[in-house]
Design a protein around this ligand. Structure first.
Ligand SMILES: *Cc1c(COP(=O)(O)O)cnc(C)c1O
Length: 411
């Protein structure tokens, strides 16, 4: 019997165990676009999915595979496909799996660009319904004969709602529906969606996994739980070439990654791989910092509201406590009406006014004016986003410096 090594040990030694040349501890950056073979049969077999190997880097590259392997290990999944960005992972996966006439149920609490691309898919004829998925009944009531997928995020950005992750997993299993979970905000260190029966896990590698704000990337992981054998939209030709369990990944790699072309570069894959080695350490520190700041804000007279799953006042605190190892590094705050939001932000000297999250540095952004501006006031209200909301992505700085910066800015 083999025992599973710890989270960080596994990632640190993943490349080495694949025996890269010269005893290298990192998988080298392979910049070759194409791959040549002595026997043409090998090339043909790779094209026909009969053999593993590389043909053209748009759909697969050894350096990118090394990162895919790490994400699979982190998620306790079966296989992973990396993309150029988190958005490429989401849009390409939907394109590969959903056809006209199909229906998707999505949480109404979504990352703004995800909401925006789903609107684009609706304009192209796909059917989406948005529901308040913090209550399982809202999801159950929308299921129809043509419902193919339920899409949710673990901790919604920016208002930190947590949907009924476990019960939605049971429902999708019962109905044979794909359960797609965006795990960006939690990261596989604090939550593994396979534990709530997710079929596919989406992650923006740009955020916590890469962690340093120096490379874009995204991924989709197949947990191995969904039965692809009877899934209607799989390309007929694949069925005679590969085993039923890899049909989903074959469809996403070929119809999603290869055809839409949202390919991760080997250089970015290397940066993200190096970043991922310290995911657990960075998450521990960011979550501890976030908890300290959330308690500080909650007791401050100039703060009207704090959105953070670690606080007992958070409506889904019980779910976070049950399912997550830590409460995450993201929170939002609303200031008292007496303080001007822009003036407050401009008084921050250490915290950076910036739109990324999951960076090592603490970042702050006024939400309604920026990342959720395009959606307009009606959709923002549906998503639980007030105009005065400020989103904070807490980094790994020394906590006293962060507390000092916020204390001075609050006056
Ligand atoms: C940032 C983000 C994405 C998109 O990822 P990119 O790498 O920026 O394309 C998707 N989902 C969530 C929850 C995100 O925070």
């Amino acid at each position: 019997m083999t025992t599973r090594r710890g989270f960080t040990t596994t990632i640190l030694h993943a490349d080495r165990l694949g025996k890269p040349e010269h005893g290298a501890l990192h998988k080298p950056i392979h910049t070759s676009v194409t791959f040549g073979y002595d026997d043409v049969q090998d090339l043909v077999d790779i094209f026909q999915n009969k053999k593993k190997g590389y043909a053209y880097s748009r759909q697969g590259n050894p350096t990118v595979s090394a990162l895919e392997n790490k994400v699979t290990l982190m998620e306790h999944g079966m296989a992973t496909i990396a993309f150029s960005t988190g958005m490429a992972a989401i849009s390409s996966t939907i394109m590969a799996l959903i056809k006209k006439g199909d229906h998707v149920i999505a949480s109404s609490y979504l990352f703004g660009n995800t909401r925006s691309v789903f609107q684009t898919f609706m304009d192209m004829g796909l059917d989406f319904t948005f529901v308040d998925a913090t209550s399982i009944d809202n999801v159950r009531n929308e299921i129809r004969d043509n419902t193919k997928m339920v899409f949710v995020e673990t901790i919604a950005n920016p208002a930190t709602q947590i949907v009924d992750l476990e019960q939605i997993g049971d429902l999708c299993e019962e109905k044979g529906i794909i359960y797609m979970v965006d795990n960006t905000m939690t990261s596989p260190y604090i939550f593994k969606p396979v534990s709530v029966k997710a079929s596919l896990v989406i992650t923006s590698l740009t955020k916590y996994i890469g962690g340093h704000g120096n490379a874009l990337g995204g991924s989709v992981t197949d947990t191995g739980l969904f039965n692809w054998a009877n899934y209607a939209n799989i390309f007929e030709g694949f069925k005679s070439q590969v085993k039923p369990e890899v049909l989903g990944m074959t469809q996403i790699r070929k119809k999603g990654l290869r055809d839409a072309g949202g390919t991760l570069s080997p250089e970015a894959a290397h940066s993200i791989s190096v970043g991922s080695e310290t995911l657990a350490l960075r998450m521990e520190r960011a979550c501890t910092n976030a908890y300290s700041l959330a308690t500080f804000f909650e007791g401050h007279p100039k703060i009207k509201k704090v959105y953070y799953p670690g606080l007992k006042s958070h409506p889904q605190h019980h779910i976070a406590k049950k399912l997550f190892l830590k409460f995450g590094g993201l929170m939002s705050i609303e200031l008292d009406e007496s303080i001007d939001c822009f003036a407050f932000l401009n008084k921050l000297k250490l915290v950076v006014k910036s739109s990324n999250l999951g960076d090592t540095r603490t970042l702050a952004i006024p939400v309604a004016h920026t990342i959720f501006n395009e959606l307009g006031p009606v959709k923002r209200a549906e998503m639980g986003i007030p105009d005065s909301m400020i989103r904070l992505s807490i980094g790994i700085e020394d906590i006293d410096d962060l507390l000092h910066d916020f204390k001075v800015a609050l006056g």
